[in-house]
Design a protein around this ligand. Structure first.
Ligand code: FE2
Ligand code: FE2
Length: 182
């Protein structure tokens, strides 16, 4: 399977939008956080987070299915591809989230998006983001409408982590990543 550096190269080949790249790094950082904690393979978890939206910029209508041949050609393992397929709405891929890798990817995706959107409102950015205020802002339906609140709840449920704890974990992972927190 391609290593982390080859995965970074692949990412930049497909994604030019800075915000999307940042989102990919954010999901990667949360996946690393949990891989370490769970004693899972950090590189594989990082790469899965990094590449989960590989085709989003070029093929939003067929995301993430368009990534499959690319990932296969490049030698990514099936369980990584299945985890990536599992983060999408079932009507798109119909691949259930069976592995921890798949469950954590789904759990880290929308919440990083929400935290990032929220941090943009703060003068001090991510450093000023707190779990309590994130939770409160989640109730504001007009804010970051494209972030599905139900998926955030479902994600935390699937990994069996209290939502507050999960949000705290993800904030700290994002804060500690210089590419995300800048
Ligand atoms: Fe996605
Ligand atoms: Fe995503």
């Amino acid at each position: 399977m391609p290593d982390y550096n080859s995965s970074i190269e692949l990412l930049h080949k497909f994604i030019k939008n800075e915000n999307l790249i940042k989102h990919c790094y954010a999901v990667e950082s949360a996946m690393r956080f949990y891989a370490e904690r769970l004693n899972e393979d950090c590189e594989i978890w990082a790469v899965t987070g990094l590449l989960h939206d590989l085709d989003w910029e070029m093929y939003p209508d067929t995301h993430p299915n368009t990534s499959v041949p690319v990932l296969e050609e490049n030698g990514y393992e099936k369980f990584v591809i299945d985890a990536i397929l599992g983060h999408a709405y079932p009507e798109r891929t119909n691949v259930p989230r069976e592995t921890l890798l798949a469950k954590y990817l789904f759990a880290c995706d929308e919440i990083t998006g929400f935290i990032m959107a929220y941090s943009l409102m703060k003068p001090g950015g991510l450093n000023e983001v707190e779990t309590k205020s994130v939770k409160k802002k989640m109730k504001d339906k007009a804010f970051a409408r494209n972030v599905n609140r139900e998926d955030i709840l479902k994600g935390a449920e699937e990994i069996n982590i209290d939502l507050d704890v999960h949000i705290t974990n993800v904030i700290s992972a994002m804060k500690n990543d210089k590419r995300v927190n800048r």
